[in-house]
Write a protein that binds this ligand. Structure first.
Ligand SMILES: Cc1cc2nc3c(=O)[nH]c(=O)nc-3n(C[C@H](O)[C@H](O)[C@H](O)COP(=O)(O)OP(=O)(O)OC[C@H]3O[C@@H](n4cnc5c(N)ncnc54)[C@H](O)[C@@H]3O)c2cc1C
Length: 422
């Protein structure tokens, strides 16, 4: 592996047969997360493909010329031409391998793969998920001198890192940008000494044996596991939804309703959470329209009565969203009547989607006792039905899912483990 600068680009990159080039920056957590994977893969693929690094801040003009807009960015070149797709952000080992393999003949790829040696590492505690719950557990365990590894399929931070502003996390007078709050949480835990394995592929989780296999070849073992994998909101799947998440489309009323004072919003959904959250949102907005796919609400009677008698709320039954488009500060939602197939466009200041959340437990679903909605049941110390396995944060069965409650759960699990380890 070699570090180059702009003046060497022509010779080292464009005149070589096969090159992978890493544009990195300092004070860049995703760059730190990539560094060990890049180094490791350079030992494996280094005799076939040249591994180069270039400091983005020091070679800004070249970065601009190549259209590199974020760090890290991995570029792949073959005989002077860029090939394969660029990788950026929380880059996974498997994505780099896919691109590297595409630059080599299949028989050579086979040969390289046969050299991979599986590795095993051991810790006291594995934490799965580096959102507020996992990061807090990691901090407390580390401060108790308990050898802990935090494993995440993405970069640390969880939902907070993609939340526009957080104004209800104690200790900050002004609202905090979500990515800054999650960055501070993550750095605090990392500086304490907790080991991070992030942006990895998790291939297997064995809760009984306390073993997690990451990136296919690395087995991480521990005496205990804390599950802190959070939830994923169900999406409508309509075009534009993913792009406008956090930019006018929200999945959290407590978090975002206050930004719509005296405005007009849409709520998609008609179950308990849609109806209860709608009632809450009307404390702020002047008009709220519920768009629901069936001909009656599916929430409980008491909640229904409240919204049906709320003068700020109107309901469009039998309709589903078909597309979301940003138009200046407004969101245009195209809806379709599922019976008549008629379409219409609704203009609002924001859209809230409450069509359910799902706990992230696919890899270990069958092994744990769950509530009827699929969330993990715990006792007051966050112990699950499997000995030595704890669960914290949004993934557990509970009433209120917020940063503060996830942080509290992480604290409790870590303190319970520290006490057991005395
Ligand atoms: C859009 C939005 C805005 C919000 N705004 C606020 C707010 O303003 N204030 C507030 O208090 N709360 C807010 N919330 C709620 C808050 O973000 C959550 O309650 C909190 O993040 C839960 O923390 P957690 O650690 O349990 O899970 P998460 O934050 O969801 O973190 C889970 C982590 O686990 C990782 N993961 C998932 N699956 C796996 C796996 N199989 N293996 C390993 N890792 C995995 C994920 O990549 C993620 O990093 C908001 C939620 C959303 C969706």
């Amino acid at each position: 592996m070699k570090e180059i600068n702009t003046s060497e680009f022509e010779k080292e990159v464009l005149q070589d047969e096969r090159v992978i080039l890493d544009f990195y920056s300092t004070e860049c957590p995703p760059c730190e997360a990539l560094a060990s994977k890049f180094e490791d893969l350079s030992h494996l693929y280094g005799s076939d493909i040249k591994f180069l690094k270039i400091f983005r801040q020091g070679n800004r003009e070249l970065a601009d010329k190549l259209g590199v807009k974020s760090s890290p960015t991995l570029l792949f070149f073959s005989n002077g031409k860029e090939m394969a797709s660029r990788l950026t952000g929380g880059i996974k080992r498997s994505d780099i391998i896919r691109n590297l393999d595409s630059m080599l003949p299949p028989e050579r790829v086979k040969g390289i793969k046969s050299q991979i040696k599986p590795s095993v590492s051991e810790f006291d505690v594995i934490i799965l998920g580096a959102g507020p719950g996992g990061l807090t557990a990691g901090l407390y365990l580390c401060q108790s001198k308990i050898n802990t590894v935090l494993i995440d399929i993405a970069l640390p931070g969880g939902h907070v890192s993609t939340t526009h502003e957080v104004s209800n996390y104690p200790g900050f007078i002004e609202p905090q940008a979500g990515y800054m709050l999650s960055h501070s949480m993550s750095e605090q835990t990392k500086l304490c000494g907790t080991i991070y394995k992030v942006a990895v592929d998790i291939t297997k989780v064995d809760l009984e044996k306390k073993e997690v296999v990451i990136d296919e070849y690395e087995t991480v073992k521990a005496k205990r596991i804390i599950i802190a994998t959070g939830t994923t909101p169900n999406l409508t799947g309509a075009p534009g939804e993913k792009e406008l998440k956090g930019k006018g489309i929200s999945y959290c009323a407590t978090c975002d309703a206050k930004y719509y004072n005296d405005k007009e919003v849409l709520v998609i959904g008609g179950g308990n959470s849609a109806v209860e959250e709608s009632e809450y949102i009307t404390r702020f907005v002047k008009k709220l329209t519920i768009v629901h796919q069936f001909d009656k609400l599916t929430a409980n009677k008491q909640a229904q009565d409240k919204v049906l008698s709320n003068p700020k709320i109107s309901i469009l039954f039998d309709n589903e969203p078909r597309a979301f488009v940003k138009d200046g500060e407004k969101i245009v939602t195209e809806i379709e009547n599922v019976k008549t197939k008629e379409r219409q466009k609704l203009v609002s200041d924001g859209v809230f989607i409450f069509i359910g959340m799902k706990p992230n437990i696919e890899l270990f679903r069958d092994k744990l006792e769950l509530d009827k909605w699929g969330y993990i049941k715990t006792d007051e110390d966050m112990r699950t039905s499997i000995k030595g396995v704890y669960a914290v944060g949004d993934v557990i069965s509970k009433k209120y899912r917020q940063i503060t409650t996830a942080v509290a759960d992480g604290t409790i699990a870590a303190m319970a483990i520290a006490k057991e380890s005395d």
